[in-house]
Design a protein around this ligand. Structure first.
Ligand code: MN
Ligand code: MN
Length: 293
């Protein structure tokens, strides 16, 4: 259940309202990388995550904090948009919000696009979701940074600095949760990739371009077993598509829910050997039983 506390997570104060900046801030209210999207993504991932009550708690903690961020950025936006209600010139900064919404908050981004659930990345595979969350936090961080670069108001900057900082905090927590699953970084799902072709880096863009660009080599062409393969169009052998022969079964790990990696524990007990220095042993079910007893 949810309970609202009548206190902002960060106290918002601004100097002069800046309606155009208020309009830009809507990006973090009803936009693709905004606080509502973050809150809904993590919370719904958490509701789905019934096999790992440790990481479920993480998802619920951060999802709930994001809802508090929505409230903070909403308060900031409302203060900046206040002149929309009475000032015709100001109203031109956001006619949609002024005319349809009375100058108040609504779930639009800075260009008036309606918020949509398609912003959310929810796969139901915990490690895949955690990767999405790390990327989402990085996007939110860079959006806040750009917003900070477009205002001079000290109170506004402090609020945005708070929100931006928390995104890095969340990145740390999601990264730690992913690391503590102790999965190889390229182990996703259960089916193995086809040997051979999996290590072929296809040189799909060649020649010299008009902007000084040319065919380059980097770690991305040679790391993790990768090697470069030239296209037939460039005199090479092309990808080893002949390697593909149905599915390759039996990755040498169990389904993630059965492994110790998806274990859980009571509040103070660390999860996973990365976090605790020793292997965690309880499964989600045993953990739940232990808590009940
Ligand atoms: Mn946030
Ligand atoms: Mn966040």
């Amino acid at each position: 259940m949810y309970h609202h506390v009548k206190k902002l997570m960060y106290t918002v104060n601004i100097g002069e309202p800046d309606v155009r900046f208020g309009n830009m801030l809507l990006e973090q209210f009803g936009g693709a990388n905004g606080e509502l999207a973050a809150a809904m993504q993590y919370t719904i991932q958490g509701w789905n995550c019934v096999d790992d009550i440790g990481r479920r708690d993480l998802l619920m903690d951060i999802g709930t904090e994001e809802l508090s961020h929505l409230e903070v950025v909403g308060a900031l936006i409302r203060m900046h948009l206040k002149p929309l209600k009475t000032n015709r010139e100001a109203a031109e900064a956001d006619p949609l919000v002024t005319i349809a919404g009375g100058g108040g908050l609504n779930l639009f981004d800075s260009m008036g696009n309606a918020w949509t659930s398609t912003y959310l990345k929810i796969t139901g595979e915990l490690d895949v979701d955690l990767r999405s969350n790390i990327a989402a936090e990085a996007r939110a961080k860079i959006v806040y940074e750009r917003l900070i670069d477009h205002t001079q108001d000290p109170g506004t900057i402090d609020t945005l600095q708070f929100l931006m900082t928390r995104e890095i905090t969340h990145m740390k927590a999601f990264q730690a949760a992913l690391d503590s699953l102790e999965k190889s970084p390229f182990s996703v799902g259960l089916l193995q990739p086809t040997a051979g072709i999996v290590d072929e880096y296809f040189n799909g863009s060649t020649g010299d371009g008009s902007e000084g660009d040319s065919d380059m080599r980097g770690p991305w062409t040679s790391s993790f077993g990768l090697h470069l393969v030239e296209s037939e169009m460039n005199g090479g052998k092309g990808l080893s598509v002949g390697d593909i022969d149905g599915k390759v079964d039996g990755e040498d790990r169990g389904k993630q829910d059965d492994a110790q990696k998806a274990t859980t524990s009571a509040a103070d007990e660390a999860i996973g050997s990365n976090a605790s220095g020793k292997k965690a042993t309880g499964t989600a079910k045993r953990g739940a039983k232990r808590q009940a007893s």
